[in-house]
Design a protein around this ligand. Structure first.
Ligand code: PEP
Ligand code: MG
Length: 518
């Protein structure tokens, strides 16, 4: 029996056999003797056939479920499997350089990547993600003839625990969580977007385990405790029995004491509690927990990995309207897309990490691509006819950006009296310029998930520095305090919408700093 300790990111206990998912592709290169060349080429073709079959299955499954329009994405990937520049080129590399097929696929992919990344057309440039996905699938199938995570997991008998080096929110959203009891990742922290999703789905999870995906052999029984962050490998029968008992009990985060309703501190300060929403299904908990509205809807979750350009104004309008109608008469705060420029960067295998880097992200990306931001604002303005709406801009760094965004909103036909407009304070420059920004916004929302990472220069998804991610660092607390005075002076509400607000010990501190809305 061995115990690994990471960060418990979603409460609850799960017991099952380990399934290992390795997403970071470290491709091995090795020379092959002349008599193995044909075998390697055959393996390449077999991997292509297997990949095609998997993609067909995925297309059928996606077409039947919610988000059926995503199915077309996989058609494009199937076409790539027939592209001479990928498979044909890889075959040439195997024959000419006498190297293993996985390496040849990697080389051919790099050539294609170069080609796509220099394209002017953003739609075509976006395809580089598909090429990366297809090449990754081919390599995975070449590695052990293994199949994709979902296919693999669907064939497992009995409850399983997924242990991955990293797990993107879009992959996690597609898994069948009735079979997978919980997951643990080498990467990540409490604010990892997949961790946030796990809490929405009420799936026990641990992040930041560094190398668990290498240390745990597939099929080994494990116990995962998402409350304490402990992963027990090959537990003794006693430990399993005790864990199963605990697994049957509701998790810490799944319980609530007292009646839902208005909350006041013991000294009479009124506290307002709203919900963070990633999926529409989350709305069912609103009443249960007495939320007074939706404080943050992360609109990028509706993309499910799609390119921004592909989501139409009408599709957005329907989604926002449904959200607003279900929450009305309580208000909904919808945050405009907070993604980074997915075409930028070469780190194709770590989309989750790329999002957290400074760069063209959030409102900056929206202002650089005004057609996309305008379409979203128009959809929001239309949806606002159906209930109270607040629009929030992410990744704001200064007052000019807010003014430009407000102007675009005005051009979209927004009635300034009806829609409240706020800025997220999640970059230190925004906190320090809060006094300049206050006259131009209706509310501030502090986002300490990012504020901490940018203040302390700690990538929030990097497990190697997760111990330096310190919400109580004096610099972080000073930044939070900096926002209080301008908010009070201009009488604009100020809330905190990040994970800090879900920690009972830290909430007390935030109340002490003058925050009353979470
Ligand atoms: C934040 O940065 O604190 C926040 C709430 O936004 P996200 O976690 O989506 O970056
Ligand atoms: Mg943020």
């Amino acid at each position: 029996m061995e115990r690994l300790t990471g960060i418990g990111v979603s409460a609850g206990v799960a017991v099952g056999r380990a399934v290992i998912l390795t997403q970071r592709t470290e491709v091995m290169r090795f020379p092959i003797p002349p008599d193995r060349v044909d075998r390697e080429v055959q393996a390449l073709h077999a991997a292509r056939d297997q990949s095609r079959q998997q993609l067909q299955d995925i297309t059928v499954r996606v077409a039947q479920g919610p988000g059926s329009e995503l199915a077309a994405l996989f058609d494009a990937q199937m076409l790539m499997l027939d592209d001479e520049m990928l498979i044909g080129q890889a075959e040439k590399i195997i024959r000419n350089e006498r190297v293993n097929a996985a390496w040849a696929v990697h080389r051919a992919y790099e050539g294609l990547y170069e080609l796509f990344s220099t394209m002017e057309d953003p739609y075509l440039r976006e395809r580089e993600n598909d090429v990366a996905d297809v090449a990754g699938r081919l390599r995975m199938n070449l590695r052990h003839g293994a199949r994709g995570p979902r296919e693999l997991l669907s064939q497992i008998d009995g409850p399983s625990i997924l242990i991955a080096d990293e797990l993107t929110a879009s992959v996690a959203a597609q898994l069948d969580w009735s079979r997978v009891q919980g997951f643990a990742t080498d990467a990540g922290s409490r604010t990892y977007h997949t961790a946030i999703l796990a809490r929405s789905l009420k799936v026990p999870a641990i992040a930041g385990l560094h190398d668990a995906s290498l240390r745990v052999a597939a099929g080994t029984p494990v116990v995962l405790d998402g409350t304490t962050g402990e992963l027990v490998i090959s537990p003794t029968p006693d430990v399993i029995e005790e864990s199963q008992r605990r697994a049957a009990r509701p998790g810490r985060r799944g319980t609530m004491t007292g009646e839902p309703g208005p909350i006041t501190t013991t000294d009479g300060v009124r506290i307002r509690l709203e919900a963070n929403i990633e999926l529409l299904e989350d709305l069912e908990y609103l009443n249960e927990y007495g939320a007074e509205g939706v404080g943050l809807y992360r609109s990028e979750f509706m993309l499910s990995g799609r390119a921004l350009e592909t989501v139409t104004e009408d599709e957005q309008y329907r989604m926002y309207r449904s959200l607003i109608e279900q929450v009305a008469p309580r208000p909904v705060t919808i945050r405009t897309f907070d993604v980074d420029e997915r075409q930028a960067g070469r780190d194709q295998h770590r989309p989750e990490r790329r999002r957290t880097r400074p760069g063209l992200r959030g409102l900056r990306l929206g202002l650089a691509n005004p057609d996309i931001l305008r379409a979203q604002l128009r959809a929001l303005v239309r949806a606002s006819a159906h209930g109270p709406l607040r629009i929030m801009f992410p990744f704001v760094t200064g007052v000019e950006e807010v003014r430009q965004a407000r102007e675009m909103l005005r051009e979209s036909g927004a009635d300034a009296n009806r829609i409240k407009v706020g800025a997220m304070i999640e970059v230190p420059s925004a906190a320090l310029a809060a006094d300049l920004m206050a006259p131009d916004v209706d509310f501030f929302t502090i986002g300490t998930n990012d504020l901490i990472q940018y203040c302390l220069a700690v990538d929030r998804t990097d497990d190697r520095v997760s111990d330096l991610y310190e919400p109580l660092h004096p610099s972080v607390l000073r930044l939070i305090r900096t926002v209080r005075r301008p908010a009070a002076l201009h009488r604009i509400p100020e809330s905190e919408c990040a994970e800090m607000a879900s920690d009972p010990a830290l909430v007390g501190l935030l109340v002490g700093l003058g925050l009353t809305e979470f």
